[in-house]
Design a protein around this ligand. Structure first.
Ligand SMILES: Cc1ncc(COP(=O)(O)O)c(C=O)c1O
Length: 406
């Protein structure tokens, strides 16, 4: 069969993320990998999950193992409506859609909103899963660079003015405001307000994806963009993947009721409903306050890993290499001197059994060749210390060669 000839136009654009393919290489046990942005398995409450699962099956097995409503388990939705309201996002039951991870929320939004060629504002660099969902529905990604305060709203304003003259406007902006994947950057309050003002002026929606916001090491939490929104223009995506466990695949979306209904129609054709068992597990852990307490412990434990990785970078990386200092989340973003290639360095690093992800895959147009993402979330402290030291040595060697030829 000539499959390529048979695919729909949109399917021709679908491709596996180069970054995810690369993970397979780096997941070998002997590699000291900072590539995958996974949570640490050491932080999963294994015994407690086994205990809760077992009593769940005993007590409510007939529901937990059955199909459920497309919108999600009503108790979990109620819990999330209250949680969101506590966090400044006024929400009732009908504003909450449970999704199969927040990734599904992104996919459903792209499915429901994008016609081929519709424009979407994205962060540059940006989260590959979000970029991929937009591409798969034939959206045109409009990358806007970040600085230490997040999306450059001044550059966005200029782009929007130009687009308006051409009679074009974006459908939505896809933003990860807290401890962004891949840079670890947090969008400042002023930028949040500016983005919202631009969205109002130029009439586009904002998708606020916030899987890392609660994993904060220091500083005060900033208001979500959705909490500043008075028009229902912002759609919020949440997830239990980083604050609890990703294997249950439970995330949620907060939006105006008509949109939740439309998304539920789209979801019905996708998977009928999210994982009933996983939702009940999430509800049991969330409703008794376990997850809130767990998040505090997680933040302390991830902070330890961040501090360790930062101090090792400080000690071993050569002058000319810079990096972000994230106040939460899983990632540090490293920048090599202009002209140095992070992919070439990576291939040499893998020979020495160390891995990270080079940054170009997070850019829409293959820019960022001198950048790289380092996840401190997954590796154990020993691997962080040893891996960064080995990499520092390699960087010194490569830097000496680079400076000679530059
Ligand atoms: C920014 C961002 N959004 C969404 C996701 C997907 O999370 P979930 O497991 O909730 O689908 C990830 C996972 O790494 C992420 O980094």
């Amino acid at each position: 069969m000539n499959w390529d000839q048979l695919y729909a136009d949109r399917a021709k654009l679908m491709k596996t993320s180069e970054i995810r393919e690369f993970f397979k290489l780096t997941e070998q046990p002997e590699i000291m990998s900072f590539a995958g942005g996974f949570p640490s398995v050491d932080f999963f409450p294994m015994e407690k999950v086994a205990e809760v699962m077992s009593s769940l099956i005993e007590e409510e097995g007939r529901y937990a193992l059955q199909y459920g409503p497309t919108e999600g388990n009503v108790e979990l939705r109620g819990y999330l409506a209250e949680k969101m309201t506590r966090e400044g996002i006024a929400a009732g039951l009908d504003n909450i859609l449970i999704t199969n991870g927040s990734q599904q929320g992104m996919d459903l939004l792209a499915k429901v909103f994008l016609n081929p060629g519709d424009m979407v504002i994205v962060e540059e660099p940006g989260y590959v899963g979000g970029l991929g969902a937009i591409r798969n529905y034939q959206g045109e990604r409009l990358p806007v660079p970040l600085d230490a305060d997040g999306l450059r709203t001044d550059l966005l304003a200029a782009r929007l003015r130009k687009l308006k003259k051409e009679g074009r406007q974006p459908k939505f902006a896809y933003i990860v405001p807290n401890f962004q994947n891949p840079t670890g950057i947090c969008m400042s309050l002023a930028r949040r307000r500016e983005l919202l003002a631009l969205a109002q002026k130029y009439n586009f929606l904002i998708i606020e994806d916030n899987p890392y916001g609660e994993i904060r090491f220091e500083g005060e939490p900033l208001p979500s963009i959705k909490s500043l929104d008075t028009e229902g223009r912002v759609i919020y995506l949440g997830s239990f993947s980083k604050t609890f466990i990703p294997g249950i695949r439970v995330g949620w979306l907060v939006a105006d009721e008509p949109l939740v209904q439309k998304l539920a129609c789209a979801k019905q054709a996708t998977d009928l409903c999210s994982n009933s068992l996983g939702q009940r597990v999430a509800y049991r852990f969330a409703s008794c306050g376990y997850i809130d307490a767990h998040v505090n412990t997680l933040s302390e434990r991830y902070k330890f890993k961040r501090d360790l990785m930062l101090s090792c970078m400080e000690k071993h990386f050569p002058a000319g290499v810079t990096w972000t200092v994230p106040q939460g989340g899983f990632f540090i973003w490293v920048t090599l001197p202009e002209g140095m290639n992070a992919r070439d360095l990576l291939l040499k690093a893998i020979d020495r059994k160390v891995a990270y992800v080079d940054g170009a895959g997070f850019y829409v147009n293959g820019n960022g060749k001198n950048t790289a993402r380092f996840a401190f979330s997954e590796a154990c402290p020993e691997k962080i210390a040893r891996g960064i030291a080995i990499l520092g040595q390699l960087m010194h060697e490569e830097m000496a060669k680079f400076l000679k030829t530059a």
